[in-house]
Design a protein around this ligand. Sequence first.
Ligand code: SF4
Length: 276
Amino acid sequence: MKVHIGQHSGFCFGVKRAIQVAKEAARLHKNIYIKGELVHNQEVCRQIEALGIKTVSTLKSVPGGSVLIIKAHGEPLATYINAKRKKIKVIDATCPMVKDIHKKAKEMEQKGFRVAIIGDKNHEETIGILGNIKNGSIVENIADLRKLKSGLGEKIGVVCQSTQNIEDVSVIVAKLAKITHALLFFNTVCRPTYLRQKEIERLAKNCSAVLVVGSKNSANTKRLFFIAKKINPNTFWVNNAKSIAKNSFKKFGSVGVIGGASTPPETLEEVYKKLS
Ligand code: SF4
């Protein structure tokens, strides 16, 4: 059996940067907290906690005067304001590409556009984008558009969650174009996401099976799985090498392997060894 590891696979630039920021913070400070997961990968989160960084779910659990790391997906503006109020030092590990989406959304709002964010309603990145503007709407699918139609107004500005599939985004943007007079759209799907999605399409077409590696709560990993599954029914999704049952891939002549943007290189290496 041939095992092909995707060239665009595993840690993206934003995840590498967030881990570096957290490591540097641990070297320089004490009493460090992070609200939520730095990135969506259990192994990475274990490593971060081993550095002494405590994970909390709300800012209420962060004591005044301590240090707060902002995760790669970003935070709503209220988190920064409340942290300042509690004299918490903020170290920002938000991916610069996510920061850029915040900036674009804010600029469009200032120019009088009603902002629509195409993304997953419950994902921290989308919630963070929404929380950095005064009045936006999250659009997850076409059905949401029908609900929002009257609320969106004459001028609509659109950004999308960085890990969306641009094909799905385009369908929603085309519908939006029909219900407004002025539409401004920024394709904010980040380059690493786009390259991974193209890579998995190639693997799904050319290999007898596809294995997507990454945590189940990782949005970009989920998207990779569904893109591949549409093309190749022999597509599987595992957390790590331990989740691969013995002999489960034996019947396939070739397997294409791809890791989500928060999947560590060691995890991919272990998967490769196990399949080989
Ligand atoms: S997937 Fe894209 S936006 Fe998200 S952390 Fe990586 S580079 Fe940044």
